[in-house]
Design a protein around this ligand. Structure first.
Ligand SMILES: [Zn+2]
Length: 259
């Protein structure tokens, strides 16, 4: 039986952390729903983790998520669900702290890869986003340790400018006319139903991306490069870290939505 592709709520709203959904299939120890806010991984960003809570109150840990070639997103459960859960209503909740950390690193990559390409002609060849630090590989001819401080300053200047992010989709045909939206030569752009999602940092950059981001560059934190490895003459591996910005507290004492 062919299952319908899962509706990906995180594509419409990067800050969708929970939703109601219906179980449409159970396979091995994984469930598929009609819709989800869980990011299934891709572009160097690992999949979300979180909880699925049934109306009975039973909660199931979702340890990992992946999308199959038909666009069905499978949520791997710590305990195999019974096949008769198909049709059940659940509340899905992403591990919010973890997702926000990954989104902060994901967002700074847009800033870094744009500066690398525009100012230094460097293309990204690989990314591994983490919660505590991230690793980014570039083909970066002429990169030297002495450049590190200048690159950090350029990235932090963009973050400090507090630019908003937004996303929209364009047709695959329109995308082919827009080489400026590419930041990598080696990964296929995320084409979903004949469209490509574009993520824009207002007044700075637009690039094809299917990941999750923070809403303003000021939410990223302070950027630094703490290690550089040479992986050949022009292949460089940069390890980067973010320090959280100071927690903002509203007059009511409530924490800012994202911190
Ligand atoms: Zn992105």
């Amino acid at each position: 039986m062919t299952l319908p592709a899962t509706e990906r709520l995180y594509l419409q709203d990067d800050h969708c952390f929970d939703t109601d959904a219906t179980v449409i299939a159970v396979r091995d120890a994984a469930m598929a729903f009609d819709r989800t806010c869980f990011y299934p991984g891709g572009g160097g960003q690992p999949p979300d983790r979180g909880l699925a809570t049934f109306e009975s109150g039973t909660a199931v840990d979702i340890g990992s998520v992946h999308a199959d070639p038909d666009g069905v997103i499978w949520h791997a459960c710590a305990v195999a669900p019974s096949p008769d859960t198909v049709g059940a209503r659940v509340r899905l909740a992403v591990d919010r702290e973890r997702r926000l950390a990954l989104a902060r690193y994901h967002t700074v990559l847009h800033v870094l890869n744009t500066i690398a390409l525009q100012d230094y002609g460097a293309w990204i060849t690989g990314v591994q986003i983490g919660v505590d630090y991230s690793r980014i590989d570039f083909k970066w001819d002429g990169f030297a340790a002495a450049l590190t401080a200048a690159v950090e300053a350029k990235v932090n200047a963009v973050l400090d400018a507090n630019r908003p992010l937004r996303s929209y989709t364009i047709s695959e045909g329109a995308f082919r006319e827009r080489q400026d939206l590419l930041r990598t030569l080696e990964v296929k752009p995320p084409v979903v139903n004949g469209t490509v999602r574009v993520v824009e940092i207002e007044g700075f950059d637009a690039q094809a991306c299917g990941g999750t981001h923070v809403p303003m560059t000021s939410h990223v934190g302070r950027f630094s490069i703490f290690r550089v490895e040479n992986k050949g003459r022009i292949n460089k591996r940069l390890y980067v870290r973010l320090e959280r910005p100071v927690l903002s507290v509203s007059p009511s004492g409530a924490r800012d939505l994202f911190w």
